[in-house]
Design a protein around this ligand. Sequence first.
Ligand SMILES: Nc1ncnc2c1ncn2[C@@H]1O[C@H](COP(=O)(O)OS(=O)(=O)O)[C@@H](OP(=O)(O)O)[C@H]1O
Length: 236
Amino acid sequence: MVNTPAPPPPHLVTLEHDERFSVPTPPSLLLNLMPRTLEGQITMEKTPSYFITKEAPRRVFSMSRHTKLIVVVRDPVTRAVSDYTQTLTKSPGLPSFQNLAFRNATTGLIDTTWSAVRIGIYAKHLENWLRFFPLSRLLFVSGERLVTDPAGEMGRVQDFLGLKRVVTDKHFYFNQTKGFPCLKKPEGSSRPRCLGKSKGRPHPQIPSEVLHRLRDFYRPFNLKFYQMTGHNFGWD
Ligand SMILES: Nc1ncnc2c1ncn2[C@@H]1O[C@H](COP(=O)(O)OS(=O)(=O)O)[C@@H](OP(=O)(O)O)[C@H]1O
């Protein structure tokens, strides 16, 4: 969520506020939580759960209708497995992925109340945002391209925010050990930096028929999402 001042000459991204694990905040409080923003600065706030929270679009709109919204999306099947992997590290006794994903294993009925499944129905969540914000206020960043072409995706982000393209190819290198792109020289440091251990973890092996069933489930929602955004993310 990016709060930009109305006349936009911004050239600087300044502050980030991560509320991932907190309850959604009402608009009046939301604004109070934001740091003061000088002209020419952009305040960024990062709360992944806002995209899927029913009340969030109205609240963000009431706070500022000029807010720009950036959503990173990846193949919902991989996303579900990634989500499961993260929960598994916190609760090692968790039932298997397929136990949680299916309401009925025999019929293959998917359990859409399981958050790891529900979050990936992007078209449904986007509908809620489009009641308040025009599509032009939203940027969808491809999680896959963020790995294969981080500078390209960051280029789109900078353009969307009306920033000069400062972050380019020369800021990234591919780290063979991590298996992901990393920053060559983060701000204020002379040493390269990759994302932490909790990003890019190996996923458990999920039976292929389970993944196949899940892929079938998501297909219509993905197609709807491509139509709504005008962007084919290539997940099918
Ligand atoms: N450069 C780089 N380094 C490491 N990981 C990368 C990178 N770019 C994207 N990814 C993918 O980001 C996934 C983690 O994202 P999260 O959704 O957990 O991030 S966040 O908590 O919302 O910030 C994480 O998912 P997992 O692979 O399931 O761990 C990665 O695949």
